[in-house]
Design a protein around this ligand. Structure first.
Ligand SMILES: *[C@@H]1O[C@H](CO)[C@@H](O)[C@H](O)[C@H]1NC(C)=O
Ligand SMILES: *[C@@H]1O[C@H](CO)[C@@H](O)[C@H](O)[C@H]1NC(C)=O
Length: 211
């Protein structure tokens, strides 16, 4: 009995230590066009785009994740294999690529179709699929003080959860370890069944940077 209580106590302490992304106020910058993303290029009427951008993990409670960049990885999810945005543990620019641009108000993979956040409340992955929440640029304030930088989010949520996946356990042939990346605090969408998934262990933000 004593032993069980002690273990429960340890689990509770661990839980408290984990949910440690800073408490920020999230301010939507506006996404009807691309002007609020870093690196906007204004060339005249009818031209609305940015240069290339990447997302950098910042303020993560496990500091070893800070400064990592995003990539795309095929992974099994919701009954099929899908490509979703992940964190790449290899930070070299020879490997991390400038994946993103905003064109005509939509954040895109390269210059292609708009990216979306899956509406699955437990699996808010960034996907190349056409259904989901629009990705938008946000500012952060702490105690009324604007923080430097632009942050990636959707629906006024900018906290992302991270979960380590080992390549040695991959069923899709992933050659490298990676971190799953899921947007947190999404509302339950009545039309989207929440699927099983790993609950993130670490939490932080994705800062939008020019490349
Ligand atoms: C986070 O900040 C908001 C506004 O500044 C405050 O109302 C809230 O109590 C804070 N939450 C925590 C967990 O500190
Ligand atoms: C996001 O926050 C703004 C105010 O800061 C509010 O006007 C807007 O309705 C919010 N959007 C959502 C989806 O909650």
């Amino acid at each position: 009995m004593t032993k069980i209580a002690t273990l429960a106590g340890i689990a509770l302490l661990a839980g408290q230590a984990l949910a440690a992304a800073p408490n920020v106020t999230v301010i939507p910058l506006g996404s009807s066009d691309c002007r609020k993303w870093p690196g906007h290029i204004y060339q005249g009427p009818g031209v609305d785009m940015t240069g290339y951008m990447q997302f950098e993990a910042v303020d993560v409670d496990d500091v070893g994740l800070n400064t990592l960049y995003t990539s795309f990885t095929s992974m099994p999810w919701a009954g099929s294999t899908r490509e979703v945005m992940t964190l790449d543990l290899r930070r070299s620019r020879a490997i991390a690529k400038p994946y993103y641009r905003c064109i005509n108000g939509e954040l895109r993979y390269l210059s292609n179709d708009p990216l979306r956040v899956a509406k699955d409340v437990r699996n808010g992955f960034v996907t190349k699929e056409t259904v989901g929440y629009k990705l938008e640029p946000y500012a952060h304030e702490i105690d009324g003080v604007r923080q430097p930088g632009v942050f990636l989010g959707a629906l006024n949520q900018t906290t992302w959860g991270f979960f380590w996946r080992s390549a040695s356990c991959s069923t899709t042939g992933a050659k490298n370890d990676y971190y799953e990346v899921k947007l947190q605090n999404l509302p339950v969408d009545p039309d989207t069944e929440p699927r099983a998934g790993y609950d993130p262990i670490n939490f932080g933000f994705l800062k939008v940077i020019n490349w």
